[in-house]
Each structure stands twice: as structure tokens, then as C-alpha cells.
Design a binder for this molecule. Structure first.
Ligand SMILES: Nc1ncnc2c1ncn2[C@@H]1O[C@H](COP(=O)(O)OP(=O)(O)OP(=O)(O)O)[C@@H](O)[C@H]1O
Length: 356
């Protein structure tokens, strides 16, 4: 079902909007404290905002007038559907299964609570356990499950209630990296065609599971759009950091960009821009070369080394927001140390430049 929300939580300085089309999965990304959990809590009905409105399908979940609003005075007055009546399931980082019930009874719990017979609820629960590849765990108790298994059961339990919207709060965060890929695959299968919102710190989740992403920063939406567009053409340092690309901003000037520091770089524009427009340039660290003396190429920027970090077969050299991946041999030749001044250069063809 389609979902639409806008809400303001004054105490947390969070003011956000979110839209999920029917059958769409939206990933919410953002640094710590940017408002991701607040957004989920408001959607799930666990937190009452000061003002805002939410709709799921054609049902209004809340429509609140806050301080200074038409209702005046008291915050958050107006229609409010409580969490259990919203048709929304929230999957937390931890599976939160009932410890005294078997896996099967955990998954059947919702159907039983809605008055279905024991046999009916069990059949329904079994079908969901099969869909998450966990039918062989049906008779175990939660204490006999690994973290990844427990999370699979939590997915089955959430979906067995046939929610109109599924909210996932970093579902892979508490798991061992070795089991995350299998759960990610399961989620990809069960989220297909389902309206869902997933909060994640992992760019792989966004690429694998989400049709669109929304980036929050300091309680506001700072970017949104199709996953590849937002992550491959980032507009914020945070989004650039997720995929590890360099983000250089400035103004368009003929075939290049003039940075805030007054440097010119030649770039490849992937969209038409007019001179003087604010633009961003993305370039991968692997496409950036380093030299001790100013190179003759037209795309070069000076930087003072802040960090030198070995990463497998390359060394990542950072100067503030700029990064280059060079071979260990090159790093040794340049005798890199924090504080050293180096030149970062790249070919215009290796850049992607677009309007901000
Ligand atoms: N229970 C609370 N009471 C008051 N303020 C809170 C509460 N929980 C969070 N906040 C504040 O609200 C803002 C948004 O926090 P929120 O937890 O939604 O961010 P987040 O993006 O989910 O962060 P993280 O990635 O660390 O989980 C922050 O400024 C935070 O300090």
C-alpha cells in the first residue's frame, strides 16, 4: 500500500517527510542522530509528533496540529491511530521473540491473537517459515537459535501478520557479517512487491533491497531519489562517504569546475549545466593519482595529507575530504606522512559531474 508521512518532533529537532509507493522499498540512510529511528517510531505509532500527517493507503494514521497550529496550545492534537491498529509491522535490530514459545508459535502468535484456530494459524506460520528458509527450526525455542536464525523468524513473524507496510530498523546490524548475506537474500525475496522502509548504515542493503533512498542529516531530508542516482551522484558528503567516492563541489565554468578554493578542474558533465551553476563532481579514489610536484594535467588539486591507511593491496591517502588509492610502492616513493603536501590528479573522463 502507498504510504505518506510528514512530521515534526520539536524536542528532537526532527522535521521529515517520506513517501513510499505501493510495492516500493525505500532505504533511509544518515549519520548517527540524524533522525532515522525517530522517523520509524513516528510511522509505527510509538512516538507522537508535535505536528504532521500520515496516510497508509486511504487511511489517515494521524493528522496532528501542533504548537502554534490551528488547534493552538497543546502539541499533537487530532486523529491518531494506535500502533496495533495501523497495519504496520516493525522489525527491530534484535529479533525480540517470545522466549517461552516455540518458533512456530512465535510466528503463529499474531494469527492466534486475531482469533484464527490453532490449526489454521500453524499452517499459515509454516508457510512463512518456508518462505524464510527456516521450516526446520519450527520446534526450537528462541534460546536455541543463532542471531541470524532468530532474525529470520522475526521476519516471518512480521510478515505473517500481512502488514500493509513493513518497517525494518537495521535488521542486519546485530548479525555476524558471515550470515548477513543470506538474510539479505531472503529479505530481497520477501520485500519484492511489498511496501517497506529500511533503515540501514550499509550501502549494500540500499543497493540490494531499495528502489529509492532518502538521506537524513540533522533531522532533515537532505537528499532522495532512485538508489543508484543518489549514491552514484551524491550531493552530500555523507552520501559520498557511503560509496567511498570523492565529492568535489564548486561552480560550472566552461568545461570545468571552479572549486570554492579557486582551483579549476576539467570534468565530464553528464547533464547540461549553465556557467555559474552549483555543481558536484564525483571521482573514485582508485582513479586519482598522487604526485609530490604539481602535475601538468588540467585536473589537479593540492591537499595536505591527513591520513595514510593500508587497505589490502592499496594504500588510501586522504587529505581532508579528498582520497586517493595508490600502490604501497607509490606511497613509499612519495614518503607520505600526515602534514605533507601532495597533488591529487585525475582524468576528466574518470569524473562524473552534475548539477547540485
Ligand atoms: N528518547 C529520546 N529523547 C529525546 N531525544 C532523543 C531521543 N532519542 C533520540 N533523540 C534525539 O533525536 C535526534 C534523532 O535521533 P535518532 O535516534 O532518531 O537518530 P538516528 O538517525 O536513528 O541515529 P542512530 O543512527 O544513532 O540510531 C538526535 O538528536 C537524538 O539525540
Amino acid at each position: 500500500m502507498s504510504f505518506e508521512l510528514h512530521a515534526r518532533v520539536a524536542e528532537r529537532d526532527v522535521s521529515v517527510a517520506l513517501e513510499v509507493a505501493e510495492g516500493e522499498t525505500v532505504a533511509v540512510l544518515g549519520p548517527n542522530g540524524s533522525g532515522k529511528s525517530t522517523l520509524l517510531a513516528v510511522a509505527a505509532g510509538l512516538l507522537r509528533p508535535d505536528s504532521g500527517r500520515a496516510r497508509l493507503g486511504d487511511r489517515v494514521l494521524f493528522d496532528l496540529q501542533g504548537r502554534g497550529g490551528a488547534a493552538g496550545g497543546r502539541p499533537g492534537r487530532g486523529p491518531w491511530v494506535p500502533p496495533h491498529a495501523r497495519g504496520i509491522a516493525l522489525l527491530a535490530q534484535e529479533a525480540l521473540l517470545f522466549p517461552h514459545l516455540t518458533v512456530l508459535d512465535n510466528v503463529a502468535f499474531g494469527a492466534r491473537a486475531r482469533g484464527r484456530s490453532r490449526a489454521e494459524a500453524a499452517t499459515h506460520a509454516r508457510s512463512w517459515l518456508e518462505r524464510v528458509d527456516a521450516i526446520e527450526l519450527a520446534d526450537r525455542r528462541p534460546a536455541e537459535l543463532s542471531g541470524g536464525q532468530a532474525q529470520r523468524i522475526a521476519v516471518a513473524r512480521a510478515l505473517a501478520a500481512d502488514p500493509a507496510l513493513l518497517l525494518l530498523d537495521e535488521p542486519m546490524a546485530a548479525l555476524d557479517v558471515s550470515v548477513a548475506p543470506a538474510l539479505r537474500r531472503t529479505l530481497r525475496a520477501v520485500l519484492a512487491g511489498r511496501s517497506a522502509v529500511i533503515v540501514t548504515h550499509d550501502v549494500l542493503d540500499a543497493f540490494t533491497l531499495a528502489d529509492r533512498v532518502v538521506v537524513l542529516d540533522a533531522g532533515r531530508v537532505v537528499d532522495s531519489g532512485p538508489t543508484a542516482a543518489v549514491l552514484e551522484r551524491p550531493r552530500t558528503a555523507f552520501a559520498a562517504g557511503l560509496t567511498g567516492v570523492n565529492l568535489i563541489t564548486g561552480t560550472a565554468h566552461r568545461d570545468g569546475v571552479r572549486t570554492a578554493e579557486g582551483q579549476f578542474v576539467d570534468v565530464r558533465f553528464v547533464e547540461r549545466v549553465v556557467d555559474g551553476a552549483a555543481v558536484a563532481v564525483a571521482v573514485r579514489p582508485a582513479a586519482v593519482a598522487l604526485s609530490a610536484v604539481e602535475p601538468r594535467t588540467s585536473s589537479r588539486l593540492p591537499g595536505r595529507v591527513t591520513d595514510v591507511e593500508p587497505r589490502g593491496d592499496v594504500v588510501r591517502v586522504r587529505a581532508g575530504a579528498l582520497a586517493a588509492d595508490v600502490t604501497p610502492r607509490r606511497a613509499a616513493e612519495l614518503d607520505l606522512a600526515p602534514g605533507a603536501t601532495v597533488w591529487f590528479s585525475f582524468a576528466a573522463d574518470d569524473t562524473t559531474a552534475y548539477p547540485l
